[in-house]
Design a protein around this ligand. Sequence first.
Ligand code: COA
Length: 428
Amino acid sequence: MNNKAGLNIDGQTFELDTIVGSEGEVGIDITKLRAQTGAITLDSGYGNTGSCTSRITFIDGEKGILRYRGYDIAELAKKSGFVETAHLLIYGELPTSEKLSAFSKQLTRYQLIHEEMLHHFEGFPSTAHPMAILSAMINAASSYYPTLLEKREERFDNHAARLISQVRTIAAFSYRKAKGLPIIYPKSNLKFSENFLHMMFSMPGEDMDINPDVARALDLMFLLHADHEQNCSTSTVRMVASSKANLFASASAGVCALWGPLHGGANQAVLEMLEQIHAEGDDGSKFLQAVKDKTSGRRLMGFGHRVYKNFDPRALIIKEQCDKVLAQLQVSDPLLDIAKKLEEIALADEYFVSRNLYPNVDFYSGIIMRAIGIPMDMFTVMFAIGRMPGWIANFKEVMEDPSSRISRPRQIYTGPTLREYSPIGERS
Ligand SMILES: CC(C)(COP(=O)(O)OP(=O)(O)OC[C@H]1O[C@@H](n2cnc3c(N)ncnc32)[C@H](O)[C@@H]1OP(=O)(O)O)[C@@H](O)C(=O)NCCC(=O)NCCS
């Protein structure tokens, strides 16, 4: 293709370079646009704006493709695990068995938070949302590691392992604290997801039987959430990193961005919606009528996606896992019946079909977590644990890019033009 794009402003023509990605996507390079033309672009919500080039994750929303470092998500879900996938995302390659073992050892070595940090938990009210605790604690952790900004490779490796491992420990500790339960320390002989279940649900002095199917479902959920290209939280991490803030500060900002119900908070919102429908004695049909009435302000949570306009490949994988876990745990749940009904009606309804609204990963992940016994306000925290490798990989990409500049978008100002200050007594 022609590697130039033309732009006409007020009769004047400008030529812009194009850049083609390895999967053929075309970007128009506007880095010199303002200098050349005096104009800027306006793209609220950034639906048409590439903020970076990246070698980490590829998504084709129209075709329902998601790949981490070139590997298809369905293949990774079948053959890999969360820890191996975390290594793949951060370091770019699937690890050899030696590298995987070294990486796992590092995760184990750094799994304990600094003992003094336990006092921080005391400062939160028992009503604190675990996402508030998580972001605050990740940021607080940065104060314990003064070497965070040292540019030595092994330092980064240690801090990355520490963050992946400790975010899980902090999450479990905050749950125990909120419940008034004694804190359970991680065990070195347990795998990543098993250890999380142990810290969440064991009691001191007792050995918990960890259901391998539940641990596998959790591991898969973490893996499916591990990265997702330039979404709201990852872009936030990259933006904070662009100012050369440290890894923990950048990740803590990512947690805050993830919290919102239009992003990571959607899995919690799905369950809240199902509970509300159930409490109203509805099977889902009345609720869907309300959703279609724009004045109701209701949305079918867990449906629709900014990028996937056909289907969410993660939803297909997790739906299968959801059915397995529920059958295995012999869960009979009225909320699940409502979820199935909503899915059935919406997939056949003109409103949803014409707008390409399909179930996304959050529609099913909430149901699995509920079956496992994870409380609803921890759902988004689970997402954050899974997303950590993706944030770290993106942070690393920013830090290693010699051409990286501080992110600083512009705006089109639409406020008042220059006016004179009026003394207080003369104001109407
Ligand atoms: C994910 C989401 C924020 C994407 O938003 P978006 O790409 O900006 O899509 P838009 O808001 O432009 O929606 C396009 C149309 O579909 C409708 N729509 C989108 N998602 C909808 C939903 N979940 N329920 C009902 N209608 C929805 C919009 O009202 C709009 O309708 P219109 O064209 O008649 O105005 C949106 O689909 C949503 O809010 N989903 C529910 C929350 C969720 O599950 N988030 C998790 C994402 S992984």
